[in-house]
Ligand binder design. Structure first.
Ligand code: NDP
Length: 679
């Protein structure tokens, strides 16, 4: 199989090429080369063809495409599973890669439609009033970068590694060039062919390089983004490329990570947490044969328990069946390549400078259904370092395979110190039922970690595990882990957008951002509740008549709702209250009266009120006060898949002195224009 790259709208073969081999059988799987491909043209194609096409779509349109793509790939997943066997993966390993990747597309599709507007840019935060009379205001917005995202991925997740990154840049409206690690690029190429074949995303949104990136870096521009996952040495080299520095190209890196798992002092063998810990460490060590960036590398245990933990872990690891995953009963497959196996062996030998192997053997082990001389097999290796503060090597060397080092600690402070010695990791986990211990460790070590998992008898059952980055949570870590951040829900989308502070009049900024700002024009006329979503304009408003508040009404409201709080009912007690100095109306009375004032009661396009945002009561309302409301159409968000959309209204309730007593956003669902029937 000669792998091809998808460049500027065409599948192209590179000249010559390197052969990549089956991890189990050593048989050639594919030849990989990108020689002769015009990388400058690929970048230009992404910028000129992909970027404008994607930017024309709204977040909701892009999100729906992500969902369609996820469905399309899910229907074809068995072909990926089949080819994934060549990477040495078990079915469970492939599930994480293939279905974990597809699930990420679904997750971002859902997030995008729920949390982003049906628009092509984001309004970031509230307007900032920067002038005395409010005629000059500030507003931040985020717009998609107009360059290309270049994703340089590691060999260990040929599908997930591609999809978790694409989900985010595509949602943001930025095209991508995917460059998988050569070793497992055949699986990425297979899935990528389907992505292109589906025709779901516009041409130019997705390109692929199988082989090296050649001179691509020479042609990067300031609007491009590079994400890198792999070894720290390659990462550093690329991050310091002169073009990256000169053009301030955004660069996200995920590299080595000496993740930890810690057993709490309370978690003695008679507690359920002990078993949870042993299971989690053993599972992480063997899942994907330890070739996960989040794999547990350092295992911290209270010193008195180190022997017991060594025994329990060894017992558990002895049940692992290493071999060809297509043979019944095999629970751990091979590493991705012989080169990777040799690399891991070399790293273990380095670790042995500060630790001894207490379980496993680098050379002598049995393989079920495979040949240790041909396949990239390596059994689980557990090391132990008795004095972890004296041996920097155990905190610095990442053996990217089924390898972890046990280390004792004395106190919580000591455990935190050990965690920090990783100098920045993707993830740490604590197994403890002592929430005070958990709090101390979290606050001491969080700054050095991108994610912390606290496991105990309450959370273990539903826990997604130490090793699983989730689309809605941040994945990445400081320091040695690369300093990058991926996913994290909508946070991840922001990495591909530029934040810009706008300054101008409220009317101008309202027109630009499609959100009405206080001070912009208001238009009175037909009651806005009579207008459908298409007819409704930002600034359409209703200014109501007034309603006089009486003590009888306050008391009625109190008895009717059961809210007889003293400030509404007890004159003497209310007088003593420093805020009120007498009986006042309920806040919810004000909101209810306001609704009574602004609502147009007849059946019409307004379908439902689904909440209020930012409700504040600003001035006490006393018997005798006269309340009135101005309700203004603030923002419209038509849905693509429904015949309605959300409308946000600005509600301001004032008293007879024009003092604002309450302010909030009313959230409603409003019907679109009635559909025109076509013959
Ligand atoms: P590399 O750094 O060698 O490769 C990572 C990616 O970078 C691959 O796509 C590779 O492509 C590409 N690459 C390599 N050199 C260049 C270059 N000069 N310019 C542009 N791209 C380049 O890492 P590996 O994937 O081989 O893994 C090696 C080690 O990295 C592992 O043993 C492990 O220690 C660590 N690693 C850490 C991870 C983490 O997140 N913590 C994840 C994966 C790996 P190609 O394959 O074509 O060379």
């Amino acid at each position: 199989m000669q792998l091809q790259s998808y460049a500027a709208g065409q599948w192209r073969s590179g000249e010559g090429g390197e052969t990549v081999r089956h991890a189990i059988t050593g048989a050639p799987v594919a030849t990989v080369s990108s020689k002769g491909i015009d990388f400058a043209a690929m970048l230009a194609h992404g910028r000129k063809v992909g970027s404008p096409a994607l930017r024309k779509l709204t977040f909701h349109e892009r999100a729906l495409k992500l969902k369609a793509l996820a469905q399309y790939l899910a229907e074809r997943k068995e072909t990926y599973y089949e080819l994934s066997k060549a990477t040495g993966a078990t079915r469970a390993d492939s599930w994480v890669d293939i279905e974990g990747g597809i699930a990420t597309l679904f997750a971002f599709s859902s997030k995008g439609r729920k949390e982003l507007p049906n628009a092509s840019f984001i309004i970031d935060g509230n307007p900032e009033i920067v002038s005395r009379n409010g005629s000059f205001v500030g507003q931040h917005i985020r717009t998609p970068l107009q360059g290309v995202a270049v994703h340089i991925n590691a060999f260990n997740f040929p599908c997930w590694g591609m999809l978790e990154k694409l989900a985010v840049n595509l949602l943001a409206g930025v095209p991508a060039i995917v460059k998988p690690a050569s070793q497992t690029s055949y699986l990425t190429e297979l899935m990528f062919r389907d992505m292109i074949g589906s025709g779901i995303f516009p041409e130019g949104s997705l390109q692929l390089i199988c082989g090296s990136v050649g001179d691509l870096f020479e042609h990067l521009e300031s609007q491009d983004v590079v994400t890198f996952t792999g070894s720290a040495s390659t990462g550093r080299k690329l991050k310091s490329h002169p073009v990256i520095l000169r053009n301030s190209v955004r660069f996200t890196m995920e590299a080595d990570s000496l993740n930890f798992s810690m057993l709490g002092p309370d978690a003695t063998p008679d507690q359920p947490e002990f078993e949870i810990f042993i299971k989690e460490v053993a599972r992480e060590l063997t899942s994907k044969a330890g070739q996960k960036c989040t794999c547990i590398r350092r295992v911290f245990v209270p010193r008195p328990l180190i022997e017991t933990v060594t025994e329990a872990l060894s017992k558990r690891l002895s049940k692992v069946v290493l071999g060809d995953p297509s043979v019944e009963g095999v629970t751990m497959g091979a590493l991705a390549s012989l080169a990777q196996r040799d690399e891991v062996r070399a790293r273990v030998r380095e670790l042995q400078q500060g630790a001894e192997i207490v379980y496993g053997d680098l050379e002598n082990f049995s393989v079920t259904g495979g040949d240790a001389a041909i396949g990239a097999f390596l059994p689980p290796i557990l090391l132990r370092c008795a004095e972890p503060k004296q041996h920097a090597v155990v905190h610095e060397v990442e053996a990217f395979g089924p390898v972890a080092t046990l280390m004792p600690y004395e106190t919580a402070e000591d455990a935190i110190d050990l965690a920090r010695r990783g100098e920045g990791s993707l993830v740490g986990s604590l197994v403890t039922y002592d929430n005070d211990f958990a709090r101390e460790v979290v606050l001491g070590a969080a700054a050095y970690h991108g994610r912390l998992l606290i496991l105990n008898r309450d959370s273990a059952k539903e826990s997604t595990g130490h090793g699983s980055p989730l689309p809605v949570l941040v994945h990445g870590g400081p320091g040695r882990a690369g300093g990058g951040e991926e996913m994290g829900g909508i946070r991840g989308v922001m990495h591909y957008m530029q934040r810009t502070a706008l300054q101008g009049s409220p009317e101008t900024l309202s027109r630009i951002t499609d959100r009405w700002i206080t001070g912009a024009n208001r238009v009175e006329g037909v009651h806005p509740f009579r207008k459908n979503l298409d007819e409704l304009q930002l600034g359409d408003c209703v200014k109501t008549g007034s309603h006089k508040v009486t003590l009888e009404e306050i008391e009625h409201f109190a008895h009717f709702t059961g809210d007889t709080f003293y400030a509404h009912m007890d004159e003497a007690a209310a007088k003593a209250n420093p805020f009120f100095g007498g009986r006042v109306a309920h806040g919810y009375y004000i909101v209810s009266i306001a609704a009574g004032l602004f609502v147009e009661p007849n059946p019409g396009p307004v379908l439902a009120n689904y909440g209020v945002d930012n409700l504040r009561f600003l001035t006490p309302v006393l018997p005798g006060d006269e309340l009135k409301v101005v309700l203004t159409c603030k923002q419209k968000n038509p849905r693509i898949t429904e015949n309605y959309g959300e409308v946000r209204w600005d509600a301001v309730v004032t008293n007879q002195d024009d003092k604002v007593v309450a302010q909030y956003d009313v959230l409603t669902m409003v019907e679109k224009a009635p559909r025109v029937e076509t013959v």
